[in-house]
Every structure is written in structure tokens, then in C-alpha cells.
Design a binder for this molecule. Structure first.
Ligand SMILES: [Zn+2]
Length: 492
């Protein structure tokens, strides 16, 4: 390797998160937006590897819970898209293919904006009897298309990474059990693996997915205090099975409509949370298992050639040993200075750095540094394995602790509208308030709240256990009796 030129992040995350986020994406080589059509993202190798970890973890959990993989094409028939009446709302966002070469197509088709309208007409041909259910299937590593006006890497795009499951059951009870299973999967992947804290909400009726009986979402907070919705899972009831005629004969040989759920973890949104929440002023910070490279070995060379060779030899041996044990390791033997290399790999969020120089070599020692604390620890080379294990565990603990601290520091209570407006202007975050109704009756209050807080949304009630509201508490907007504690936040 030769010398490279790479300036670090030039803004503080706490002072200008938006600029910080853009710089990390560009400088840590996660994505590229300089060339091509606006809103269509180039995923660069470093970013794509992190994203692929998210996919792998999800797929693992979906397989464990007996979902089967499937893949539908990108083209959706207009007729299917328009069938589910509620879904017609999608059409202004849909991209249409109208021509093949210079020839106008007899029947234009859409690029899928999401799976339902495409998959359910097919499901109506697949199932005849309750014996064939439950049917649990997912699609992974594909993209969907929507004509978004403002776009932001990993937050909003006109084409974005997708994952979806579409399950069919013979009873509603199974749908509710599926919602619990989806929640469990999110806990395992998003909380345990990606180290992202979130609240799981049941959305108010006016803000659910079109065509669903109920919508549930895990929402986290980005460093600017805005809510990032990480996924959504929907109890579709029999709404879609009625629209698309998915019928089965039940145990009593009676025809009935099937019950359905669908679930979409937001791969991009999870990426945005990993980048935004864990990173610091020096760049990315990645949980140990998510990092494309987990350990960087850096030689500290002295002038003498013989010593250099010895160090190089030891580094290569160490790399081989560690790789055999399953670690992802890189040696940086470029001509850049050690200081430059430290900054460079910190920018990319490599969890552990191991430095070996002639002095360490003589004593059979090495220096290990973890990305979070950046403290240097001198260790015996023969204890390298143990030290790596220990430091990796500490790193993950640091990441979890920081993320949870920010999250809990930014949940506030309010029962006064003036006070709520103040919080929404200054700190943002989640604000827990008493509210009249999460049925359609409450929509007017939610509209008022949104208008007067400059975009604050009623996110919903905590799920599965909504918090109790005191007998004398009043809706923060209309002053009528409060029936719920809801969370308010500004959103991406
Ligand atoms: Zn109200």
C-alpha cells in the first residue's frame, strides 16, 4: 500500500449532526451519491458489508422461526396495484414502465413500491385449505421504488433496500402471535446485535399502514432528537384477503377468508441508526460482530530493515492465526504515519487496533486499543486471544451503554402543551403525554399537536403493555379525559 490522502470529519456530531452524518457516509466510504439519478444510492463495499450483516442476522432469525425464502419480480401489474382500494394512495409515488425501446407498451407496469399488491394476487392461487396454513415466507435483499421528493442516504430514497415477510393464517389469534414473534426478532437483531435501543409502539388508528387493522413499529431516536422508525409489522386482519380473494376452507369445511400479517424491517433505517447513534467525532463506531474488519494490525516500524522484517513476519503470522479463528483482520503496512493510520481506521469504525513495534517484539508484547475508549493496553502476545475477546466484549458494552444513555436521557414527561412545545423546539426526543384517544376520535388533537409543535407526531402507545394513565389526567391538547399515555416526537 502507498500513502493515501484522507481528511477526517471536520464537524462535531453534537454541533451539526446533519453535516456530520453526510461526512461519515462519504469519508467512511459507506455510500456514494455523486453520480447517477438522485435518490438512487450507490452502496460502497464498506457500507454494503455492514448492511449485509443486518440482512444475515434477520435471515437467520426468519429461518429459525420457520419462514421460507421467496422472490417475486420487480414488475407489478397495474390491475393488482389498484385492486386494494386503500392502496390506490400509493399511486402518485409509483414509477411506471411505459416503453420498451421506442415502442409504447400495451399495458404499462409499475416498479414494486412494496410487496402486498403483487404477492397477494398470487397467494389467492396458492391456498385452498386450512391444512396448507400457516404459510410464512419472506423476501430479502431486494429493493423497492417510490418517488420520494427529498432523499437522504439510508433514510429516504427513491430505490431502497427491502426485507419483507408475508404470512397467511387460518385464525386471527395466530396473527397476534406473529406480531409477538416479529417483536422478538427485532429484539434479537436490532437490540442485541446492532445495539440500537427502541420503543415498540402500537400506532394510532389514523397513522397505521393503509389496509391494516393495526400497525406496530420499533422507533429509536437519532442524535438530533428525531424519531427513526426502524421497521413496521402489521396485523392485516382479513382486509387484504378480501380484496385479493385469499380464501380457504376451514376445519368445518366452510369457506372463509384467510388472516394475514406482514412485516418489514427497514434495512436502511437500521443502517442509519448504527451510523448516527454509535458514531463519534472521529467517525463510525461499529459493534464487534457487525464490522467488515474487526481488527487492524499496525506495524510501528523502526529504521532498521532487519527489525522491519521481523515485525512484518510477526504481523502476518498473527493475521493468519486470527483469521483461522474466524476474526476479520487487516494489516495496514502502507507508508502512512502511525498517527494517520490510527485516525483512518477510527474513521471506518474498526473495533480493535493492535500495534506491534520492535520494542514490543523484543518483550513479546503488543498494544491493543478499542475504538470506543481509545485507551492503550499493553498485553502479552501469547494472551492475544483472551485480550481480543475481553476488549471486544468491553467495546460492545461501551456501545450499548452510550446508546441507551442517550435514549433514556431523551425521554421526557409533560402534561402541559406550552411545556411540550418548548421541549419539542429545544431538545426534541420522545415526550410522554396524556392523550384523549388513539382511535380516529383523537386525530384532530394529533393534527393540532403537529401544527403547533412544528411537526411533532403522536407515535402511539407502548406495546405490548401500554402505560396507565391517572384517573384525573387530561388530554394535553383538548383537555378532555385522557385515556392513554402516548409518545410524541418529530420524525424523519
Ligand atoms: Zn384530545
Amino acid at each position: 500500500m502507498t500513502k493515501t490522502d484522507n481528511k477526517g470529519i471536520t464537524v462535531k456530531k453534537a454541533e451539526n449532526f446533519s453535516e456530520w452524518y453526510s461526512q461519515v457516509i462519504q469519508k467512511a466510504k459507506l455510500a456514494d451519491i455523486r453520480v447517477g439519478v438522485q435518490g438512487f444510492l450507490v452502496h460502497r463495499p464498506w457500507g454494503f458489508r455492514i448492511m449485509r450483516r443486518v440482512y444475515e442476522y434477520l435471515e437467520e432469525e426468519f429461518e429459525k422461526t420457520e419462514h421460507e425464502p421467496m422472490l417475486f419480480p420487480i414488475a407489478v401489474k397495474e390491475e393488482s396495484l389498484m385492486k386494494e382500494e386503500e392502496h390506490a394512495g400509493f399511486s402518485p409515488e409509483v414509477f411506471w414502465v411505459t416503453h420498451a425501446g421506442t415502442r409504447k407498451l400495451e399495458e404499462r407496469f409499475a416498479l414494486r413500491p412494496t410487496g402486498e399488491t403483487q404477492i397477494y394476487p398470487v397467494y389467492s392461487k396458492w391456498f385452498r385449505s386450512y391444512n396448507e396454513l400457516p404459510f410464512k415466507a419472506y423476501q430479502s435483499r431486494h429493493t423497492v421504488f417510490r418517488n420520494e421528493m427529498t432523499t437522504r442516504p439510508f433514510l429516504r430514497g427513491r430505490e431502497f433496500a427491502f426485507f419483507e415477510s408475508h404470512n397467511v393464517f387460518s385464525t386471527h389469534k395466530e396473527c397476534l402471535a406473529q406480531i409477538d414473534e416479529d417483536m422478538d426478532i427485532l429484539n434479537k437483531v436490532v437490540k442485541d446485535k446492532c445495539k440500537i435501543p427502541f420503543f415498540y409502539f402500537q400506532r394510532p388508528q389514523w397513522d397505521k399502514f393503509k389496509g391494516a387493522d393495526n400497525t406496530f413499529t420499533p422507533d429509536t431516536l437519532m442524535p438530533d432528537g428525531k424519531r427513526n422508525q426502524l421497521a413496521s409489522t402489521h396485523d392485516l386482519g382479513q382486509n387484504f384477503s378480501k380484496a385479493y380473494d385469499i380464501q380457504i376452507t376451514d376445519k368445518k369445511e366452510k369457506q372463509q377468508y384467510a388472516w394475514q400479517t406482514c412485516f418489514g424491517p427497514g434495512i436502511w433505517r437500521i443502517m442509519a441508526a448504527i451510523i448516527g447513534i454509535h458514531g463519534d467525532d472521529n467517525g463510525l463506531i461499529l459493534p464487534f460482530d457487525m464490522a467488515p474488519k474487526q481488527i487492524v494490525l499496525i506495524p510501528i516500524f523502526f529504521k532498521e530493515k532487519a527489525e522491519q522484517n521481523k515485525v512484518s513476519k510477526l504481523l502476518n503470522k498473527t493475521k493468519n492465526d486470527l483469521t483461522k479463528k474466524g476474526y476479520r483482520v487487516i494489516i495496514d503496512d502502507s507508508e502512512n504515519s502511525p498517527g494517520f493510520k490510527f485516525n483512518h481506521w477510527e474513521l471506518f469504525g474498526v473495533p480493535l487496533r493492535i500495534e506491534i513495534g520492535p520494542r514490543e517484539l523484543k518483550d513479546n508484547k503488543a498494544t491493543i486499543v478499542r475504538r470506543t475508549s481509545r485507551d492503550k493496553t499493553v498485553i502479552n502476545i501469547k494472551d492475544l486471544d483472551k485480550s481480543i475477546e475481553k476488549e471486544a466484549k468491553k467495546l460492545d458494552e461501551d456501545i450499548t451503554k452510550n446508546a441507551e444513555k442517550y435514549f433514556s436521557d431523551n425521554v421526557r414527561d409533560s402534561n402541559d402543551f406550552k411545556d411540550l412545545k418548548k421541549i419539542m423546539n429545544k431538545n426534541r426526543g420522545f415526550v410522554r403525554v396524556p392523550f384523549c384517544s388513539v382511535d380516529f376520535d383523537g386525530e384532530d388533537c394529533a393534527d393540532t399537536l403537529k401544527a403547533e409543535t412544528n411537526g411533532g407526531n403522536v407515535c402511539g402507545t407502548l406495546f405490548p403493555k401500554a402505560e396507565k394513565v391517572g384517573p384525573k389526567e387530561k388530554c394535553i391538547i383538548c383537555g378532555k379525559k385522557a385515556h392513554h399515555k402516548v409518545y410524541v416526537a418529530k420524525s424523519y
